[in-house]
Design a binder for this molecule. Structure first.
Ligand SMILES: Cc1ncc(COP(=O)(O)O)c(C=O)c1O
Length: 360
């Protein structure tokens, strides 16, 4: 299997660097490193090991949390969607997991249960995203119910930003509104609070509260404006040129003949496709770097191959030349933007047949 040239190299020290960037931006906050979805596609355990100096981890399910506990991680681990079934509660208690409570059915399960020791509960408040969380005017009653229960609940307040990564004025206004709502609802309670995801940390770090919850920035996606705090790509997706073809002006390339040469062209075929997680929707024009030269995808992405136009680099690119699909020099954000998606989807979507090779 390793003979096929597609590889995802993982620059693990970049994870630590990016965590340091997050800490530098919000120096008063503890960091809950979000490593759900198999560490955003990079491998849960290797990411947790590299980020072991984080103050805690955020995961999407008890399965991920238990893998971490079984591997000996003693950190705070927050179940970001709380529990899906009442049957999880004994395991949550036994494994000392933190949990989000976002809905009344979860609250009832908690209130009915008898826990032998305290549980860290994060009350999720819907400040405008309208996905998970209690309405702001319910928060007081939720807190009172939890505080008056016979169990000991260590309460936290949290919310999630919907548009912190967008810069147009409506989004900026919306984010500000969410921040204000969270501040107003939570101000009365002397409880640990958490609001910011990666984009929030990058833009509103003065609102860091006690905990920040960065995810995608730890993997190197996103822009940090401050100089000297550049994020580093963790994943470098590479393959090689496996064929070079002459295509005459007027001839087309690939499935559906969707790209037609406007001049006599040289086309290089690279061994990577949607079967590896390269986005099938990447259009002609999407950049690829070969030996550092920026070339353009042409025609449709196949399961195992893509084609690029190397006409301007005749003699410089040859069979066996290394292609970077994303990584250090070509950001996953740029490829995602070309493909009409987000870096998260590309990073999580690398398929099992792609070997991940750690660089320390
Ligand atoms: C509740 C919560 N907090 C934090 C994060 C991390 O977000 P990001 O990867 O944008 O930093 C997520 C991710 O979706 C989330 O659901």
């Amino acid at each position: 299997m390793l003979y096929r040239p597609v590889k995802a190299y993982l620059n693990l020290p970049a994870l630590s660097h990016n965590l340091t960037v997050a800490k530098t931006l919000a120096p008063k906050s503890k960091v809950l490193a979000v490593i759900k979805a198999n560490g955003y596609g990079h491998g849960l355990i290797r990411v947790a090991q590299q980020l072991s100096h984080a103050d805690g981890f955020g995961v999407a399910s008890i399965d991920e949390a238990l893998i971490l506990r079984q591997k000996g991680f003693l950190h705070r681990i927050l179940l970001l969607e709380g529990l899906f079934s009442k049957a999880e509660l004994p395991l949550i208690i036994q494994n000392r997991l933190d949990l989000v409570v976002h809905s009344h059915y979860q609250l009832e399960w908690l209130l009915e249960f008898t826990a032998p020791f305290g549980i860290n509960v994060w009350i999720k408040i819907d400040t405008g995203m309208h996905r998970l969380g209690f309405e702001p005017d319910e928060v007081n009653s939720i807190i009172r119910q939890l505080e008056s229960n016979s169990n000991t609940f260590h309460l936290h307040l949290m919310s999630h930003l919907a548009s912190a990564d967008e810069e147009h004025s409506a989004a900026l206004c919306f984010t500000q509104q969410q921040i204000t709502t969270f501040e107003q609802v939570s101000a009365a309670y002397d409880l640990p609070k958490s609001l910011l995801n990666s984009a929030g940390v990058q833009r509103y770090s003065n609102q860091g509260f006690e905990w920040i919850r960065p995810g995608v920035m730890l993997y190197g996606s996103g822009q940090v404006e401050e100089s000297g705090l550049k994020l580093q790509a963790v994943m470098q997706l590479e393959s090689k040129v496996i064929a070079i073809k002459d295509v005459r002006s007027g001839e087309s390339v690939g499935y559906g003949n969707s790209w037609t040469a406007q001049r006599d062209s040289i086309i290089a075929v690279i061994a990577i496709g949607y079967g590896d997680g390269y986005p099938r929707h990447a259009p002609s024009g999407t950049p690829v770097l070969i030996k550092g030269y920026r070339v353009s995808l042409v025609g449709r992405v196949s399961m195992d191959m893509i084609s690029v136009d190397i006409t301007d680099y005749i003699g410089l690119i040859e069979i066996g030349s290394t292609a970077e699909l994303w990584g250090d020099s070509l950001s996953v954000d740029e490829v995602a933007q070309w493909s009409g998606t987000i870096s998260y989807e590309l990073l999580c979507g690398i398929t099992q047949r792609v070997p991940m090779i750690e660089r320390h």
